[in-house]
Design a binder for this molecule. Structure first.
Ligand code: MRU
Length: 372
């Protein structure tokens, strides 16, 4: 997608041994590119959310494995030692964030690919190739999600009186910043906007880190998509008033049975959508499907620092400086579950790179028969 008219992905190789990312911690107040030169720098970038979003952390971990292969090549005295170093870097990367399945998926894909090659230089070259493949695939899959998902928005627009606008509600940021490009939940929205379908987005602010207010709003503004930021608790009220035609969210991990782990608060939106007869769709590339877990309640939910709840960052009105302020009394405890699970029964459908399917084992396997 474009920033100030220039096309960017969220992560790319700049030169041998240097991976670059858009540092999302500073958005929307500053647009900064960060260099990552070691696995430990990649781990910090993922854990501290310089990059975030399932696809983006998977792609960044893919590049992390390229840096891991380079460091193993420099330090290893033998093939066995290379593998030991690589495995240890892989474990460090996987440990950074537990919920989004793309992270472990990308690291394991790299380990399997690198293991196929005998010589060390070949292993490094293969790691670089696979990291680039993961990025290209992620971008392509998200673009396809847009091509499928736009049909939903078009259908809704066709049923509106002339000039009627389709109102889509989304939660968190499942935009291009959460992937390599295009995004999952936003891909149908961008496709609709680009096709001239009148679309407006209700952007949940998404406490505690405000990915909606900070990132989704910034992305949509950069692309010229009409949108309005709302507090997290407003969605149900807007649905009752007939102001939401469709909910589309992303997901960090969806079980092969259709249970959806996504940013905390998604479940409440799904409940409100069901109560109000609003379709609730989840957009995801197949790299986000967990083929081993059948029950969403088994998905590990990341517990993050309580300071993300008690402290908030923003720009001071007086001088434009970025400031952090405390919101709560010193003596109050805070808890920060980063994700929740929406049961498949509340999900109207999944939008994948291959098309739509029901949020059920039968639906998912029909779309991905090679997994049956
Ligand atoms: O904690 P984050 O910002 O990495 O979480 C991302 C999300 O939960 C998004 O909602 C998104 O839908 C899933 S990532 C595509």
């Amino acid at each position: 997608m474009k920033v100030n008219g220039k096309h960017y992905r969220t992560v790319w190789k700049q030169e041998d041994g240097v991976v670059q990312i858009i540092n999302q911690r500073h958005l929307p107040f500053a647009f900064e590119i960060e260099d990552l030169r070691s696995v430990s720098e990649v781990c910090v970038a993922i854990k501290d959310m310089h990059v975030r979003g399932a696809g983006c952390i998977g792609a960044t971990a893919g590049w992390g494995m390229y840096l891991a292969a380079l460091s193993a090549a420099a330090d290893a005295h033998s093939g066995d030692h290379f593998n030991e170093i690589l495995q240890s870097h892989a474990a460090d990367l996987i440990a950074t964030r537990p919920t989004a399945v793309n992270l472990a998926w990308a690291v394991k894909r790299q380990l399997a690919a690198i293991a196929q090659i005998a010589d060390v230089a070949g292993k490094v070259a293969r790691a670089e190739q696979v990291a680039a493949e993961i990025c290209d695939e992620d971008s392509d899959w998200c673009r396809r999600i847009g091509e499928h998902g736009v049909k939903l928005i078009r259908q809704l627009a066709d049923h509106k009186p002339a000039g009627g606008v389709v109102n889509v509600l989304t939660h968190c940021n499942a935009g291009w910043l959460a992937f390599v490009d295009h995004g999952s939940a936003t891909a149908p929205i961008y496709a609709a906007h680009d096709a001239g379908i009148p679309v407006h987005v209700w952007v949940d602010e998404t406490r505690p880190r405000n990915q909606g207010a900070r990132l989704t709003a910034w992305e949509l503004a950069e692309h010229g998509v009409p949108h309005t930021v709302i507090v997290d608790n407003a969605g149900g009220h807007l649905m009752q008033r007939g102001l939401v035609d469709l909910v589309i969210t992303g997901t960090d991990r969806t079980t092969f049975t259709g249970d959806v782990a996504n940013k905390i608060g998604t479940y409440l939106k799904a409940l409100a959508a069901r109560d109000n007869g609003v379709p609730f769709y989840v957009a995801l590339p197949s790299s986000t499907i967990d083929w081993e877990t059948s029950d969403g309640m088994q998905i590990p939910i990341e517990q993050r620092d309580s300071e993300e709840v008690t402290v908030i960052e923003g720009v001071a009105i007086v001088d434009g400086s970025v400031q952090s302020v405390k919101l709560t009394p010193g003596g109050s405890a805070a808890r920060n579950d980063a994700f929740d699970v929406t049961p498949a029964r509340l999900v109207t459908g999944l939008i994948c790179e291959r098309g739509f399917c029901a949020a059920s084992e039968a639906g998912v396997r029909e779309l991905f028969p090679e997994r049956s």
